[in-house]
Ligand binder design. Structure first.
Ligand code: NAD
Length: 428
C-alpha cells in the first residue's frame, strides 16, 4: 500500500475482516471514522519563560460498549492518523478481552526527552485542561502509553480534579500505587502477553529453555516481558531501545541490562559509552551490538516488537526467521507484511490480543477506583490470566471456524461484540 498511514493500515484490516464476515453493507461505514476527534494546540511555558505550542489529540473511536478508554503518548511523531488508528485498535481490544469499555487514544506531538521534568508536568496538565470536558470516569478514561508513566497519570488526575472540583480516582489509570493505582498495572501488558505465550507453549509442547526470544523496545512493555521470560527459563537473545540493541546467542540477563540502562540510558550501557564500545569485553561475553532493523531479522523462535508501530513491513517480513510474533507494540506489522508472514507460516499473535493485559488491569484499576477497594496481587493476577486466556481461546476458535488469521479472528470477535452493543442501542 503506497503512501499508507497508520489509519489506512487499520482500515485495510478492517475492510478485509468485514468482507470475510460478509458485512460489506454501507451501514458498517460506522466503523470507518471515529465518533469524535478532538484536537488542540496546547501551550506550555518552558523553564526559560518562552512558550511552546504543541499539537495534541484525543480521538474517541467508539463507546458502544462503555466509556472510551485508551492511553496518551508523548512522541514527536504522534499525529492525527496515528492516534486515530490507535483509538480504533483500542475499541477492538477492549471488546476482544470483553471489558466494558470503548476505545480512544490521546497524543501530544512532543519529544519529552528534550524537556525538563517541570515542563513535562506542564504538558500533562495543559493536556487535561484542553480536553477535560471530554474526559471523566464515565466518559473517557486515559492511561499511559509511549513516554508517559505513573507520575504523569498522577499529575493528570490532580489537574482534572482541580479543574472539575471533583474526586475522580477512576478518571485515569496507570496511576502510582499511592494515588489510586492498581497492584500489577506496571507489568500487566507484558504479563498478559506472557500468559498467552505460556498457553501456546503448553499447546504446542514448546520447551521454554529451547525458545530464543528477541525483544524490540525495552520500556514498560518490553523490559517487563524480558524479565518474565528470563525468569521462566526462556533465552532472551536480544533486546533494544531507541539507541539500538544487543545480541547474544547464549542469552542475556534483562535484570543486568535494566540496571545499566538506568545508569547509562541505553540497553548497551554495560558495554558501550555512546558509540565507543569495549570490544574485548563484548567478545568475552559473546555479545554484539545490533541495530533495531537487525533485531527483527535475527535467528530466534519468538519475536516481540514492543516499541513503535510500522516496523515489520513488506521490506523485511520475508527475512523474519521467528516462528512466532507476539505484538506487544500497537500496530507493528503492516497488512502487506501480514500477508507475507502468513504465507511463510509465521504465527502472529496480534496487538489487539497480545498487549490487552494493560487495558485489562486498567479496567481492574478503574473498578477499584469506583469501589474504593484495593485488590491483592493474587486477585489481579488470577483475573488477568482468566481474562487473557478466555480472549485467546475465543480468537483461536474464531480463527479455526472462519479460516482466518489470528489478527482477522481477533478483529472479528471484537467487531461482533461492538456490533451487538450498537444493535441493542439502536445505532444500526
Ligand atoms: P515506553 O515508552 O515505556 O517504552 C518504549 C521503548 O521503545 C523504549 O525502550 C524506547 O527506547 C523504545 N523505542 C523508542 N523508539 C524506538 C525505535 N525507533 N526503535 C526501537 N525502539 C524504540 O513505552 P511502552 O509503554 O513500553 O509501549 C511500547 C509499545 O507497547 C507501544 O507500541 C505501546 O502502544 C504498546 N503498549 C503499551 C502498553 C502499556 O501498558 N505500557 C499497553 C499496550 C500497548
Amino acid at each position: 500500500m503506497k503512501n499508507s498511514t497508520p489509519y489506512t493500515r487499520f482500515q485495510s484490516t478492517l475492510h478485509t475482516v468485514l468482507k470475510k464476515m460478509k458485512m460489506e453493507n454501507g451501514e458498517y461505514q460506522i466503523f470507518d471514522e471515529p465518533q469524535f476527534s478532538h484536537k488542540q494546540d496546547i501551550k506550555v511555558t518552558r523553564d526559560d519563560g518562552s512558550t511552546l505550542s504543541l499539537p495534541a489529540f484525543r480521538i474517541q473511536y467508539n463507546n458502544a460498549r462503555g466509556p472510551f478508554k485508551g492511553g496518551i503518548r508523548f512522541h514527536e511523531d504522534a499525529d492525527e492518523s496515528e492516534v486515530k488508528a490507535l483509538a480504533a485498535l483500542m475499541a477492538i481490544k477492549t471488546a476482544v478481552v470483553n471489558i466494558p469499555f470503548g476505545g480512544a487514544k490521546g497524543g501530544v506531538q512532543v519529544n519529552p526527552k528534550e524537556l525538563s521534568k517541570k515542563e513535562v508536568q506542564e504538558v500533562s496538565r495543559s493536556y487535561v485542561r484542553a480536553f477535560k470536558d471530554h474526559l471523566g470516569p464515565d466518559i473517557d478514561c486515559p492511561a499511559p502509553d509511549v513516554n508517559t508513566n505513573a507520575d504523569i497519570m498522577a499529575w493528570m488526575r490532580d489537574e482534572y480534579e482541580k479543574q472539575t472540583l471533583s474526586y475522580a480516582p477512576a478518571m485515569i489509570t496507570g496511576k502510582p500505587l499511592s494515588f489510586g493505582g492498581s497492584i500489577g498495572r506496571d507489568s500487566a501488558t507484558a504479563r498478559g502477553g506472557f500468559f498467552i505465550l505460556q498457553e501456546m507453549g503448553d499447546r504446542f509442547a514448546l520447551d521454554p529453555s529451547e525458545m530464543r526470544v528477541a525483544i524490540q523496545g525495552f520500556g514498560n512493555a518490553g523490559a517487563h516481558m524480558a524479565k518474565l521470560l528470563h525468569n521462566d527459563g526462556y533465552i532472551v537473545v536480544a533486546v533494544s531501545d531507541s539507541k539500538g540493541g544487543i545480541y547474544s546467542p547464549e542469552g542475556i540477563d534483562p535484570v543486568r541490562i535494566a540496571k545499566y540502562k538506568e545508569k547509562t540510558g541505553s540497553v548497551s550501557g554495560e558495554y558501550c559509552e555512546g558509540s565507543v564500545c569495549d570490544i574485548d569485553r563484548m567478545k568475552m561475553d559473546n555479545v554484539k551490538e545490533i541495530t533495531n532493523e537487525e533485531l527483527l531479522e535475527l535467528e530466534c523462535d519468538i519475536l516481540i516488537p514492543a516499541a513503535l508501530n510500522n516496523v515489520i513491513t513488506e521490506k523485511n517480513a520475508k527475512n523474519i526467521k521467528a516462528d512466532y510474533i507476539l505484538e506487544l507494540a500497537n500496530g507493528p506489522t503492516t497488512p502487506e507484511a501480514d500477508e507475507i508472514l502468513t504465507k511463510n507460516g509465521v504465527r502472529v499473535i496480534p496487538d489487539v490480543l497480545a498487549n490487552a493485559g494493560g487495558v485489562t488491569v486498567s479496567y481492574f484499576e478503574w473498578s477499584q477506583g469506583r469501589s474504593g477497594e484495593q485488590w491483592t496481587s493474587k486477585v489481579v493476577d488470577e483475573r488477568l490470566k482468566r481474562t487473557m486466556l478466555d480472549a485467546y481461546k475465543a480468537v483461536r476458535r474464531e480463527a479455526r471456524r472462519e479460516d482466518m488469521t489470528y489478527r482477522e479472528a481477533a478483529f472479528s470477535v471484537g467487531l461482533k461484540r461492538m456490533l451487538g452493543a450498537m444493535e441493542v442501542r439502536g445505532w444500526l
